[in-house]
Design a protein around this ligand. Sequence first.
Ligand code: HEC
Ligand code: HEC
Ligand code: HEC
Ligand code: HEC
Length: 427
Amino acid sequence: MKRLMSAMLALCSVATVWAGAPDKHLGVASCASSICHGSARPLAAQAVLQNEYTVWSQFDPHAGAYKVLLGAKSKEIARRMGLPNAHEAPACLACHAENAPVAARGPKYQVGDGIGCETCHGGSERWLATHYATPKVTHADNLANGLTALEDPKVRAATCAGCHVGGGDRFANHKMMAAGHPRLVFELDTYTELWRTSGGREHFRRDADYARRKGASVAMTNWIDGLATATRLQNSLVAANFKNAPIPDFGVYACYSCHRDLKVTQWQGEGRRDPLAARTGELRLQDGHARALVLLARAAKSSGEQRLVVALRNLQEASAQRPTTVQANAAELDRVVDQVATELRSHAWSRAELSRALEAFAAAARGGAFPDQAAAEQAAMGMVLLLAELDLDRKARGDLDQLFSALKDGDAFDGARFARVLSRLKP
Ligand code: HEC
Ligand code: HEC
Ligand code: HEC
Ligand code: HEC
């Protein structure tokens, strides 16, 4: 438990080292002036585009996240869950709004603004007035004043996955799912790029100037940090849900352990060679991100592969035992994930190794390592990333379309078909 706490603290402490009261959120209106971030068009006068507010308010899905709670779909979810409404339910606001603590809401803060600037960039109380005064005020000064270091993939992963996976008081539980909430999907590099270019506009420009100021974006590092963070957040949900209840919330399990038809041919059991293959008849915890991390360790010929497989298996088996055994094994998996991610992050991914990773994913699919849609979509997003790194993504367009079409219907997921398409994606 102690180890688990310290691992969770480590996850939070990356965001800020400020020890005082939480920084006040001054509200989207504080950023929106046309001479600040509300220009109609991207400008060239400053390092940043200055039209971030305009792009956010018109094209960013996060700007509408609160409004979604007022819509017909949310009304239906709330009705099915027996909630008076969705837009005042703390369980929904936790991920669909900025939701700063009441004491940290400045005069212009409005819950109706949805997921505003400071949800990701951090409460601006100590940096708003000075952050633009470059070169006198440096990026390091801003960070010291509470700006979130989103350019760091680990920090960004914790920020995005905090909602897109969950953790703490954010949990898309089984009741929400059964009431119609979409199943959550996340991969840091893919989602950052999807979001950065929402509506065909750019939230920020990934150019040479940005790279010089904040470092280049490295797809492999994004991927690895995203997988490690998602695994740890998933782990924290497992640990929290096994604590008190005799039966944990079904939302911590792999959805398709329960939701699949009864044709025995669909089940891929112990006959399969891959150590990640699902055990026959087992109720599996959600582990799609962790499975992808295992395969990256395999491609890098890291001894971490074996340690990860053992830690994953131990946690899985503990879930049928005592809650304290689950806590201990979740903490151990956290520890191993940290070690492996540290090693993989500093690994030099040569072309040959990227190709080996492609092959590792294809072979693992044939061996039954992606038993359901949620695990398979992690593999698919990884394949796209690897092909792009190898500059082969355009050539493989047709096969990639087929890969995603094999993922369309989770209820009818066919692991053998997925493996066949995956195997065609050879370098
Ligand atoms: C753990 C965070 C989390 C919680 C808790 C959560 N949501 Fe969501 N919700 C999301 C994310 C992330 C998406 C976007 C999913 C995607 O497309 O990948 C989403 C999508 C949705 C959508 C679909 C939006 C669309 O554009 O079609 C609806 C409706 C919705 N949520 C309603 C709710 C309601 C109602 C609640 C409370 C009962 C709730 N959500 C709780 C994270 C959350
Ligand atoms: C969903 C999270 C999120 C939201 C919401 C968001 N941002 Fe960002 N923003 C990012 C990330 C991630 C980056 C890229 C990393 C970085 O440089 O900080 C970024 C980059 C920027 C940059 C460019 C920084 C640079 O050095 O080039 C500016 C300016 C900016 N955001 C302003 C805003 C404003 C203004 C809003 C609100 C209207 C906003 N952001 C809302 C996540 C977000
Ligand atoms: C406070 C919670 C929260 C945070 C933080 C957050 N998101 Fe989201 N994100 C959501 C919700 C909720 C939606 C769905 C909004 C809707 O459908 O209107 C969403 C939607 C998205 C979508 C569109 C998904 C789709 O299926 O169309 C992408 C992409 C995305 N987010 C990426 C990111 C990235 C990248 C970050 C971090 C830089 C991030 N998000 C941070 C809650 C969050
Ligand atoms: C331990 C088994 C189990 C797991 C794991 C599980 N569910 Fe369920 N699910 C159920 C049961 C039981 C019901 C209720 C069926 C009924 O009412 O007839 C249900 C109902 C549902 C429904 C409503 C279906 C309907 O026909 O009304 C949806 C949607 C759903 N679950 C989605 C999910 C998602 C998404 C996940 C993964 C996050 C998940 N479930 C994980 C057992 C499970």
